[in-house]
Ligand binder design. Structure first.
Ligand code: UDP
Length: 410
């Protein structure tokens, strides 16, 4: 296990976008937890939504004087191939689950669990990768409640995989899901907590004209002089970049100068990423208006989400989909599929449009509808900003989590 390096955060930085009542509640909860030491555990320090969340939650909790550590599992590709198959299986894709895979999972999770030597009053483990550590953690820290946060879309899990992870859920005192429909695991208590974006980071803060112009240059040859549709996602079949390409082609038949940006990266715990990226890049190679962009810095992602006319998130499964709120916060309308956490964020006909996940043609038609109506794009953008401000910014999520901590420690 290793701690990732983190930059400091001050809760004061959130005052301009948070109500006084919410900040007051945060301080009250933090006071109750002032003698509590919390540990977060997950399987990657970079890439993907969980790392993105922890990079903000952990320093903010420390600034509030709730002592909080974050440890990342040490593992190699053999383990991550197993856990990616688990992720896929839990999201409904039947891949074989062999005894060898189960043994690899057990071995690596146990080896990581024994490395936790400090004392903690509460443990919050994230996602299926960590489940195998919980039994040993419970033995080591018998008085600490064990919480498990599942960020995976559990709407339609493959039975074998659900049975495999369920064998590890006994030590869990309280499970946290991103949506009520996901509560498929049998545990004594569950809560729903919507994830959130952090409005003060390089990814999401407002950009001055000059900064925006500099980032626009970094994105060259993508030009914002003609319409741009964007998807920002890990290269992963669930994110359906091929469906987005199809939607773009439908729209391009009506708007010939249209460009598509597919920005993505590879998460540290996702060995499938590179191969899928190569397939997407191959498919796009003949069209100079399709830009496949990898490993952009956060400020460049920020500018891309801000400067795009429309963002598409046509995932086939999606735990929550932070990228949707990231775009909406920047006043960019989103066309999203009716899966996972996307409909919580996209209000059909108010800040974007919802389409069925297998309906790339409708997604393409909706792109055209939005591109043809500047006034509607602006109204949707304003609605989008307010929707995220109310529901999906970091302080709200920290309140929700600390309330659960207080309840679990009672
Ligand atoms: N992300 C990024 N660069 C990329 C692709 C994704 O910084 O090239 C970030 C994205 O901005 C978001 C997170 O990774 O903050 C993805 O979270 P989301 O919940 O949308 O999906 P996940 O990857 O967790 O399935």
């Amino acid at each position: 296990m290793h701690p990732p390096s983190l930059s400091n955060r001050s809760i004061e930085a959130y005052a301009p976008v948070t109500s006084g009542d919410r900040l007051e509640r945060l301080r009250e909860l933090a006071e109750t937890l002032s003698d509590v030491r919390v540990l977060h555990v997950n399987s990657t320090a970079t890439g993907g939504g969980v790392a993105e969340l922890l990079r903000s939650i952990v320093p903010v909790c420390n600034d509030l004087d709730v002592e909080t550590d974050w440890l990342v599992m040490d593992a190699d590709d053999d383990f991550f191939e197993v856990t990616k198959a688990m992720h896929n299986g839990l999201q409904g894709n039947a891949e074989p689950l062999t005894d060898e895979m189960k043994a690899t999972y057990r071995e690596v999770t146990e080896a990581n669990a024994v490395e936790i030597e400090d004392e903690y009053d509460l443990v919050l483990a994230h996602d299926p990768q960590t489940l195998g550590m919980l039994e040993r953690l419970e033995e080591r820290l018998p008085d600490a409640p064990i919480l498990w946060r599942c960020h995976v879309d559990l709407t339609d899990p493959v039975e074998d995989y659900l049975a495999f992870v369920s064998a590890y859920t006994d030590p869990i005192d309280h499970a946290i899901f991103s949506r009520s429909a996901y509560a498929a695991v049998d545990v004594p208590a569950t809560s729903i907590v919507y994830p959130s974006i952090d409005p003060v980071t390089a990814k999401n803060r407002s950009l001055e004209e000059g900064e925006l112009a500099a980032e626009r240059d970094h994105l060259d040859p993508l030009s914002f002089d003609t319409p741009v549709v964007t998807q920002v996602s890990r290269f992963d079949p669930w994110k359906d970049q091929f469906g987005t390409l199809e939607a773009y082609r439908t729209a391009k038949a009506e708007v010939p100068e249209l460009q598509l940006a597919l920005a993505g990266g590879m998460a540290g715990d996702d060995p499938e990423g590179l191969e899928f990226y190569e397939r997407v890049a191959d498919e796009a190679v003949d069209d100079p208006d399709v830009h496949v962009l990898t490993d952009l810095p956060d400020a460049t992602i920020n500018a891309l989400q801000r400067l795009s006319d429309v963002v598409v998130q046509k995932s086939l499964r999606e735990g929550f989909g932070l990228v949707v709120s990231e775009a909406l916060w920047k006043r960019t309308p989103v066309i999203g599929s009716t899966v996972g956490g996307i409909p919580l964020q996209v209000e059909d006909g108010r800040n974007g449009f919802l389409v069925e996940p297998d309906d790339a043609t409708s997604a393409g038609d909706r792109i055209v509808d939005l591109l043809e109506d500047d006034e509607r794009r602006r109204t949707f953008g304003d609605n989008a900003r307010e929707h995220v401000r109310e529901r999906f910014l970091l302080p709200r999520q920290v309140v929700d989590l600390l309330e659960i901590f207080v309840e679990a420690l009672e």
